[in-house]
Design a protein around this ligand. Structure first.
Ligand code: PLP
Length: 398
């Protein structure tokens, strides 16, 4: 059975060439079944009732936390459910950020998604911090040769994307962690574009926080995770206050629950969490060495094809080392929205625009790019269809 056949939407639409998994992936039957099972046989609120359904819902929700912890080789207490990467980063910007003082510095880079820029600008403005950015190389990578210049004794946090959602470049986290350790800074990694490509020993990376979204890794929308090193989470105050995150409340004061529940105020996205747990189990049953090899083979085919199209400029590494299957390109004289619309006529779903990375677009003097992202269900036919559609786009627009 082709992997694609496990995805009902793709199996039901054979003319579709889905190359927009970097925005949201498709969802396999195994995940849809787990969510449906919860909604039809276990649905209740969690951590509250003692009736049979409430206990089943709590067990399923906490079981999902165990599945995710296993996927990350982490402890369950380090898995905080959020609504996604953006919410996870904002949580750190508030809870960790409120411990910072005027003059402390945070380091990001010029290729970050807006969700790893804006929360730090807001924190900077709240607390009088300094926000610095590592530059981006011509190849579309974070320029780590500048670490020694940008990271200083004032640096308290370095926050970088593991894999760029525009160029596909994967950062060498070992170098980042070494630089942070040398000055006693913490490291936050935006793993939104890395997690769809297989299990990861997150504590082994040596970082302090790792954020990702379920909807990019074969799970439902509106669920994500902040992994935080235990001692970091234990030292942090809550971000949101409300039900479930407390040990004891009086009218005068509140004693907070320990992590991870301390950071999960209110009724959580229970079915989303169960879906994400199921996605981790589904992913855990696949051979990711083989899948990533195949994704990179398709990436190479796409890069080769793009190199043959006159007027195309690829934004990102042209080789296959230290990159994943995120490929952005600009067609001279054509707006990326128009390119995407013509591709859509060929059944090809690609993203066109600035990809929530406007500083990176400014760096390369572009309004936007067309982006194809490659997932385990993609095949040669998807790349071929993109290149045929692009040929028409070039004839019509360029
Ligand atoms: N970071 C990166 C690298 C992304 O690609 C995205 C989504 O496109 C995000 C963060 C934000 O993710 P979400 O919208 O799921 O919070």
């Amino acid at each position: 059975m082709r992997l694609k056949d496990q995805f009902p939407l793709l199996a039901g639409d054979p003319g579709l060439h889905y190359l927009d998994s970097g925005a949201s992936s498709q969802v396999p039957g195994a995940v849809l079944d787990a969510v449906s099972r919860f909604e039809t046989t276990q649905r209740a609120n969690v951590h509250r009732g003692v009736h049979r359904l409430a206990e089943a819902a709590t067990a399923a929700y906490e079981g999902a936390r165990d599945d995710i912890a296993r996927f990350l080789s982490a402890a369950r207490e380090e898995i905080v459910f959020t609504s996604g990467t953006t919410a996870a980063i904002n949580l750190v910007a508030h809870s960790f950020g409120d411990g910072l003082a005027a003059g402390d510095a945070i380091v990001i880079s010029g290729l970050e998604h807006h969700s790893n820029i804006v929360p730090w600008q807001m924190l900077r403005d709240r607390r009088g911090l300094v926000l610095e950015a590592l530059p981006v190389t011509e190849e579309g990578r974070i320029d780590l040769s500048q670490l020694d210049r940008v990271v200083t004794k004032r640096t308290r946090l370095i926050a970088l994307a593991h894999c760029s959602n525009v160029t596909g470049a994967v950062v060498d986290l070992g170098r980042v962690v070494a630089s942070a350790k040398a000055v006693g800074a913490a490291v936050l990694v935006d793993g939104a574009q890395r997690m769809p490509h297989g299990p990861l020993d997150v504590p082994g990376l040596g970082v302090d926080f790792y954020a990702f979204s379920g909807h990019k890794m074969y799970a439902p929308h509106g669920i994500g995770v902040l992994w935080g090193r235990r001692e970091r989470l234990e030292a942090m105050p809550p971000f949101l206050g409300g039900g479930d995150m407390i040990r004891r409340v009086t009218l005068e004061k509140t004693e907070y629950a320990p992590p991870p529940v301390r950071f999960e105020a209110g009724t959580p996205n229970v079915s989303g969490a169960i879906g994400l747990g199921a996605a981790c189990r589904w992913m855990g049953g696949l051979d990711w060495t083989e899948i990533v090899q195949e994704e990179l083979r398709l990436t190479g085919c796409l890069l080769d094809g793009l190199a043959r199209v006159p007027g195309v400029r690829v934004l990102g590494p042209l080789g296959l080392q230290q990159r994943l299957g995120v490929v952005s390109f600009a067609l001279a004289g054509a707006h990326p929205h128009d390119v995407s619309q013509i591709l859509d006529r060929h059944g090809v779903a690609c993203r066109g625009g600035h990809h929530c990375a406007q500083p990176l677009m400014d760096r390369f003097d572009l309004a936007g790019t067309t982006r194809a992202t490659i997932a385990p269900y993609n095949e040669d036919a998807d790349i071929d269809a993109l290149l045929v559609g692009l040929d028409e786009a070039r004839r019509l627009l360029a």
